[in-house]
Design a protein around this ligand. Structure first.
Ligand code: IMP
Ligand code: MG
Length: 172
């Protein structure tokens, strides 16, 4: 498998992100809202490093089939608790076109949280269609299809402990 970011680099970056988040949310509690299923590994590893009190929430949406975004977002599983007045941090595996998160940000904003920010493990800035403010970015990467650390290719490879990538012609 082609390795883009190895486990040591990821762990070091997660330590830094957690420190920054603890600093920014001092004296507060955070509702971490993970976007299923890709965010799960990142969310757990980030949460383990946080000193701030957190709650876990999840939402599941669909937008992707194979390696292409369809642009149409559907909520498949909604939040189970009220986020009104709460400090919400959306946790995502990767921001690609920005379609998913610009839709979700608006959806959560309508519920009147006290604050709403985004933490993503990866971002592909060159692919962005929707303008989107992202407060915490693990790594900016070029336009490659990546897998591992929660990210899948047709639901597989989420459990790889590093970020790998797939190129045309790779047999996987
Ligand atoms: P966006 O709506 O185009 O920003 O896409 C966001 C979603 O697409 C992410 O939550 C991922 O599930 C998926 N995605 C985008 N790029 C990749 C990739 O390189 N590998 C795996 N999933 C990806
Ligand atoms: Mg996803």
């Amino acid at each position: 498998m082609n390795i883009l970011i190895n486990e040591t680099r990821i762990e070091k970056r997660l330590d830094e992100m957690a420190k920054q988040i603890d600093k920014d949310y001092e004296g507060k509690e955070i509702i971490l809202v993970g976007i299923l299923k890709g965010s799960v590994v990142f969310m757990v590893e980030l949460a383990k490093r946080l000193k701030t009190k957190v709650q876990f929430e999840f939402i599941e949406v669909s937008s992707y089939e194979g390696t292409e975004s369809t642009g149409k977002i559907k909520i498949k599983k909604d939040l189970q608790s009220d986020i009104e007045g709460k400090d919400v941090l959306i946790v995502e595996d990767i921001i690609d076109t920005g379609n998913t998160l610009s839709y979700l940000k608006e959806y959560f904003q309508e519920k009147n949280p006290n604050s709403l920010k985004i933490a993503t493990l990866l971002s592909k800035p060159s692919r962005r269609i929707k303008e989107l403010e992202v407060e915490y970015i693990g790594f900016k990467i070029e336009d490659k299809f990546v897998i591992g650390y929660g990210l899948d290719y047709n639901q597989k490879y989420r459990n790889l402990p590093y970020i790998g990538y797939i190129e045309d012609g790779d047999e996987i």
